[in-house]
Every structure is written in structure tokens, then in C-alpha cells.
Design a protein around this ligand. Structure first.
Ligand code: SF4
Length: 292
């Protein structure tokens, strides 16, 4: 690999439908007004377009898929296999996935066999008492089983702790559990993803205020400082991740084919019928004031 190549990262929310078993979501709130997902052919068009874009600019193309918890079916299955083929040909650099913690064993094996380099898995707490009320009964044990199965199948896991008021006092116990289980590539996100309509008494809707946020930082820093010297790299990495906002993807592709540079900005366009290269050309024209 050429050193110092730039990367171009696509976050791909490839299917819109979940199994809606977390307490924060209900099918009713989620399905309302959804546009149909892209067809397999259009997804493959988007994939090839992204790989072509990365190749054209000699960049390392990285894709993170966000497949929801519904069974893995097409288009995701065929798209991941094709993306893996492109990776093996050196036309994409790496493939990642972000999933809820209770990932079933067949999905872990599917990732392992189809080129997923890292899988980001959520974990909410150190035990059933904390985690299950945030998801569903049995969720914590299913999460622990998934983490162990992934580890034993040599699938690299990045645990993600999403912190709200309910689990904030238990973050260091969760960190300790993860370290004991052999996971040291941990992300802590102090924010709530707004997936669907949330009821006021739902724990996912209880955000930390400034004082609680500062107290969380102190709690985590004190815990990290208490670790023996061999954990110095983990300490540094985790502290940095806690204080720096995560890097933004270059592009975000939604299930219905709408493509964004920045989710706060208007869409760039929609698949099918657009291309990453053409859009980059338009961006350049706008930058240089040459667009008619
Ligand atoms: S929070 Fe995410 S994983 Fe859980 S039910 Fe809702 S969409 Fe699915």
C-alpha cells in the first residue's frame, strides 16, 4: 500500500427496517413515511461508483455498513460479497459494520467469511440490571455471548457504549468488564441517536446535562488513571476518543439511495442515476465558479 494515501469513507445505511425489539423503537414510529429501499441493482451501481471514485483519486475507499437487525438478505448480502471482491482486488481498502450488541452467531460468521474487518457492537452496561431495561429482557446475556463468539471467531470488535443517564454511573464497570473479556478498542458516545419517536419516560431520551457530563469524564479518567502501566496505550486511546468528536464520514448513503456529504446539508443526489465521480466534478465546478 502506498503510504500517506488519503481515505474516502462511506457510511452506508443499507436497510431501513429493523426488528424493533429495543425499547426505544416501535415499528409504528419507524415505518411511517419510509421510502422504499434501493434495489439490489441500484445498490451495486452505488458500490461500483464509490470504488471507481476512490480509484480515480487514488484514495483508500472505506465502507462502514449499518445493516439493521432484520435478517441479512439482499441487497446487503450480495453487496457485501461484491464489496469484499473489490477489496480483494485492492479497489477498496477495508469494510466495517456497526450493529446492535445482540448479533446472532450466524451473522458473526457471515461477517467473518465476507471480509468485514471490524464490527462495532453496542453494549449498554455491565449486567442485566442496567442493560435489559434499555433494550429487552435477555439482551445483556445475548450481547455477552455475541462478543465472546466474535472474539473466538477472530472478528475484531469495537465495543460502543452509548451513554445516557440510566447507564452513566456504570460506564467504568462496563469498561472493566470489557477489559476483563479482552476488548480494548472501546468507543464511548455521550449522545442519543434519535431513532424514531421516543416517549419521555424512555431511558434513551434522558440525556446528560453539563454537570453529569463532567462527572462522567471524571469517572472515566479516574478509572483509566487507576489502570496498571501495561494499559497505557488503551488509556491514551480511550481518553482521546472521549474528548475528540469522531471523524465524519466523507459520504453517507441512506437506504432509499439519497447521498449526503454532511447530513446537516442538502442531499447531493439520489441513486440510481448519479455517480460519485460526477458529483465530485460538480463540487469542483462550484468551488471554482465554473458551473453553468
Ligand atoms: S434502536 Fe436501532 S437496533 Fe434498536 S430497534 Fe431501534 S432501529 Fe433497531
Amino acid at each position: 500500500m502506498t503510504p500517506n494515501r488519503q481515505t474516502v469513507q462511506l457510511d452506508w445505511f443499507i436497510n431501513s427496517r429493523c426488528d424493533y425489539t429495543c425499547s426505544r423503537c416501535s415499528p409504528h414510529s419507524q415505518e411511517e413515511g419510509l421510502r422504499p429501499d434501493l434495489t439490489l441493482d441500484s445498490c451495486l451501481e452505488a458500490l461500483r461508483s464509490f470504488s471507481e471514485f476512490a480509484g480515480h483519486y487514488s484514495m483508500d475507499g472505506i465502507i462502514t455498513f449499518y445493516p439493521r437487525q432484520a435478517p441479512f438478505i439482499d441487497p446487503f448480502v450480495t453487496v457485501l460479497k461484491e464489496a469484499n471482491r473489490l477489496k480483494q482486488q485492492g479497489r477498496l481498502k477495508s469494510l466495517h459494520s456497526a450493529n446492535r450488541g445482540d448479533l446472532p452467531g450466524n451473522k458473526i460468521r457471515f461477517f467473518r467469511e465476507n471480509g468485514i474487518d471490524t464490527c462495532r457492537l453496542t453494549i449498554d452496561g455491565p449486567n442485566e440490571q442496567i442493560q435489559d431495561p434499555m433494550r429487552r429482557p435477555g439482551h445483556f446475556q445475548d450481547t455477552l455471548r455475541a462478543f465472546r463468539e466474535a472474539r473466538d471467531n477472530h472478528l475484531h470488535i469495537e465495543p460502543l457504549i452509548i451513554v445516557v443517564r440510566h447507564n452513566a454511573p456504570h460506564v467504568t464497570d462496563t469498561l472493566r468488564l470489557l477489559l476483563d473479556e479482552g476488548f480494548d478498542d472501546i468507543f464511548i458516545k455521550v449522545a442519543v441517536q434519535t431513532a424514531g419517536t421516543l416517549e419521555q419516560d424512555n431511558p434513551w431520551n434522558q440525556l446528560l446535562n453539563e454537570t453529569e457530563y463532567r462527572s462522567l469524564h471524571l469517572q472515566v479518567s479516574t478509572f483509566l488513571d487507576s489502570l496498571p502501566p501495561q494499559f497505557a496505550p488503551f488509556r491514551k486511546k480511550t481518553l482521546l476518543r472521549l474528548t475528540q468528536p469522531p471523524s465524519q464520514p466523507s459520504f453517507t448513503l441512506k437506504p432509499d439511495g439519497v447521498l449526503f456529504r454532511d447530513l446537516k446539508q442538502p442531499k447531493l443526489g439520489s441513486f440510481p442515476g448519479i455517480s460519485f465521480l460526477r458529483l465530485a466534478g460538480i463540487e469542483q465546478e462550484i468551488k471554482h465558479g465554473t458551473q453553468k
